[in-house]
Design a protein around this ligand. Structure first.
Ligand SMILES: [Zn+2]
Ligand SMILES: [Zn+2]
Length: 310
């Protein structure tokens, strides 16, 4: 079973996205690229180079529903009549482009983001949403953990690897322990857990960093020999990357605890001082709190973290 990497251009800061073609029955595309002319033209050329056309695609599998990965899913599905689209059920919040406005707004306000900044972010997300057609429930089949995707000459097994988003999935070929990992494992950057409502209780926040650490450990237990990520080069030494990620996460946590220790801070305050995203600040504060390293109180509808009194 051949896995053909295809690099597609994106208009995003992260640069090109990797999608993966399995050019055998049923012809399958793992991720699709964003909804841009450049991406679809590049994809068509790559399919042609493999003796295929969009019409031959029978199955579209999404690692997660960010625009750079899922943007073309709807259009490709429509062109390849009756191609199946598969995505994990926990990805609902992201499926219709970015998260619904109200849910995101509540999460941002609780994280201490001022209203005018929430508005700036909303406009930004509005722009990003242009790069994906929304996928309704009835367009999608559901990926479930440990399910098998069968091909003529091989099998990929679904590994639910939440963290970057709640419904992020990876796919392993056990025969040679090759893992297709979406944005769960990226060679050059530590993936950023994105602020999301909890898929089970949408009034709560998804505990992205804690989930992510479990996913990284789970991938480690699979002992992959090759990891094909959503961006950048393939990873041959997962163990090295795993240790690097853990170190980076631990260092970041120490910095954040130092900031909070001074006089108490919201995720927004932390994101201001360290020039890191609000999502990342929230993820770290949640995690430090769950580890009992920080206290949390609600003040004026905002979550304020403090050093535990000794
Ligand atoms: Zn992503
Ligand atoms: Zn991505």
């Amino acid at each position: 079973m051949k896995i053909v990497p295809i690099s597609l251009p994106t208009p995003f800061y992260i640069g090109p996205v990797n999608v993966y073609l399995i050019p055998e029955d049923p012809v399958t595309l793992i991720d699709t690229g964003p909804k841009t002319k450049e991406a679809v033209d590049t994809l068509r050329a790559a399919l042609r180079a493999n003796g295929l056309a969009v019409a031959d695609i029978r199955r579209i599998v999404l690692t997660h529903a960010h625009e750079d990965h899922c943007g073309l899913a709807r259009a490709l599905r429509d062109e390849a009549k009756d191609a199946e689209v598969l995505v994990h059920g926990w990805e609902t919040g992201h499926r219709a482009g970015r998260l619904e406005y109200d849910e995101t707004r509540q999460l941002l306000v609780r994280a201490g983001v001022p209203p005018d900044e929430v508005e700036v972010m909303r406009r930004m997300y509005g722009g990003v949403r242009e790069y994906a057609d929304s996928l309704d429930e009835d367009h999608c089949g559901e990926l479930t953990d440990e399910a098998e995707l069968e091909f003529d000459t091989g099998v990929l097994q679904v590994v639910h690897t939440p963290g970057h988003t709640p419904g992020s999935c990876s796919f392993i070929r056990h025969a040679d322990r090759t893992l297709i990992a979406g944005d769960c494992v990226l060679k050059r950057i530590t993936p950023n857990p994105v602020l999301s409502p909890d898929p089970v209780d949408r009034s709560r926040r998804f505990r992205s960093l804690a989930e992510y650490l479990v996913s990284l450990a789970r991938v480690r237990a699979l002992a992959p020999t090759l990891v094909l990520g959503g961006h950048g080069d393939a990873v041959h030494d997962y163990e090295e990357l795993f240790n690097r990620y853990l170190r980076a996460i631990r260092e970041r946590q120490e910095q954040i605890i130092r900031i909070v220790s001074a006089k108490g801070a919201s995720a927004w305050d932390v994101s201001r001082t360290r020039v890191l995203g609000v999502s990342e600040a929230v993820a770290h504060l949640d995690y430090a709190h769950s580890e009992g390293k920080l206290a949390l109180e609600i003040s004026d509808g905002r979550e304020v973290y403090r050093k535990l009194s000794e």
